[in-house]
Design a protein around this ligand. Structure first.
Ligand code: HEM
Length: 408
């Protein structure tokens, strides 16, 4: 933290691996006020919202944009991104009618009913992944479970064949690293190029030979000119990325948190009816989006007693808001039977609310529920080991070595 005149600037490193536990920092920042100036890296200072009510207000305010196009001092970089970064054509950074059009094209695939219909298949995939190490008595739950399971589910939903798949988890690291060095920028661009090279021929194939999958449905929409080719590629990449590392983070962070709180582990294992509420609590307590989502001011914007000038970036601190003591009683306590009403913000809020939330919830419920049922004495292999976090802007585990009584 440093003081410039009267403005305090707090350092919040974007790469979570540099700061394994961000919650004490969020608490310190909030003590100065719910909207503060933060430095994400040596050259990038932005605003950060740490209060729950202010986060909800910002996320529902149409005056804030999701597009970085008009951000101060970045006009040249943004023009370059527009030309080279296919993800600039995704719904995540779209506003207004463009956003609605793109979101409506895929929203039917993620309704609660459609996801419920997927549940038996998610269960089969979960069992198959657990079968692979059940007899061994040990596993790395990140490499063998949390990362591959959501990818297997997404592959079926989107329509990605088993053969020829790139290493999505590795490419995602390239894309979710903060792009603040030339090396990282280059790595991100390479990852996008590799994903584009993977998807373009697959899209061409589905256009010729449609199947019963999301990619084929999007190709049909493209034929009716409801989505451009570039937007279609962006959509495929967005779904692959948005649904993978995040869900993996929820499963790994969730299991890790439970193993660190044996009383909570036992409560959930012994009463599976707690599961849906427990998933919400795990999302609140340690959600994968640990920094937050970005919004951009078009005009001067008043929030939390502060006026943010036009053309600035505001990070809506979802993880910080999820531990706001003004909103939650004992926010730093993990309580899988928590009865409080306020909805946690790990999936965001408002028009960009996570499209995949029903899928992520179903996957986490089945994955964590099955794990606890099949391995009731699951434990950390070395409870004293300080486990490292996965590199990037999303909060996940690098490894999660566990032990349990092997299945005979
Ligand atoms: C949007 C979190 C899983 C697809 C978002 C946003 C958050 C989020 C915070 C809002 C972004 C913003 O406001 O700018 C998460 C978390 C997940 C998860 C924590 C897992 C635990 C998924 C899954 C999918 C998915 C499984 C689908 C395959 C999307 C899409 C958007 C989105 C397409 C963009 C929505 C829009 O811009 O309207 N997610 N997500 N997410 N998520 Fe998720």
């Amino acid at each position: 933290m440093s003081e410039q005149g009267r403005t305090i600037v707090h350092d919040v490193p974007l790469n979570v691996a540099q700061q394994p536990d961000p919650y004490p920092l969020f608490e310190r920042i909030r003590k100065h006020g719910v909207v503060q100036r933060v430095r994400l890296n040596p050259t990038l200072e932005v605003w950060m919202v740490t209060g729950y009510d202010e986060a909800v207000a910002a996320l529902t305010d149409p005056r804030l944009s999701s597009s970085p196009a008009g951000v101060n001092g970045l006009a040249e970089e943004m023009a370059h991104q527009e030309r080279t970064n296919v993800l600039m054509a995704s719904m995540l950074v779209a506003d207004g009618s463009d956003h609605t059009r793109l979101r409506n094209l895929v929203s039917k695939a993620f309704t609660a009913r459609r996801i419920e219909a997927l549940a038996p298949r998610i269960q089969e995939l979960t069992d198959a992944h657990l079968d692979a190490f059940a007899a061994r008595g040990t596993a790395d739950l990140v490499a063998e479970f949390a990362l591959p399971l959501p990818m297997a589910v997404l592959a079926e939903l989107i329509g990605i064949p088993d053969e020829g798949q790139p290493d999505f988890a590795k490419l995602a690291v390239g894309l979710i690293m903060p792009p603040n060095t030339p090396e990282r920028l280059a790595k991100g661009a390479r990852a996008r190029a590799e994903l584009t090279e993977f998807y373009e021929p697959l899209i061409a194939l589905r256009k010729k030979e449609p199947r019963d999958d999301l990619l084929s449905a999007l190709c049909a929409a493209q034929a009716e000119e409801r989505i451009t080719d570039r937007e279609l590629t962006a959509m495929a990449i967005l779904l692959t990325l948005a649904g993978h590392e995040t869900t993996a983070g929820l499963i790994a962070n969730g299991v890790h948190a439970l193993l660190r709180h044996p009383g909570q582990f036992a409560a959930l294992r012994d009463d599976p009816s707690l599961l849906p509420g427990a998933i919400e609590e795990l999302l609140r307590y340690e959600g994968p989006v640990s920094r937050g989502v970005a919004r951009f001011t078009v005009d001067p914007y008043e929030i939390g007693g502060v006026t943010v000038p036009a053309g600035e970036m505001i990070i809506i601190g979802l993880a910080a808001a999820n531990r706001d003591p003004a909103r939650y009683d004992r926010p730093d306590i993990l309580d899988v039977a928590r009865r409080e009403v306020p909805q946690q913000l790990a999936f965001g809020h408002g028009v960009h609310f996570c499209l995949g939330a029903p899928l992520a919830r179903a996957e986490a419920r089945i994955a964590i529920g099955t794990l606890l049922r099949r391995f009731p004495d699951l434990r950390l292999t070395d409870p004293d080991e300080d486990l490292t976090r996965r590199e990037g802007i999303l909060r996940g585990m690098a490894t999660l070595p566990v032990s349990f009584t092997p299945a005979s």
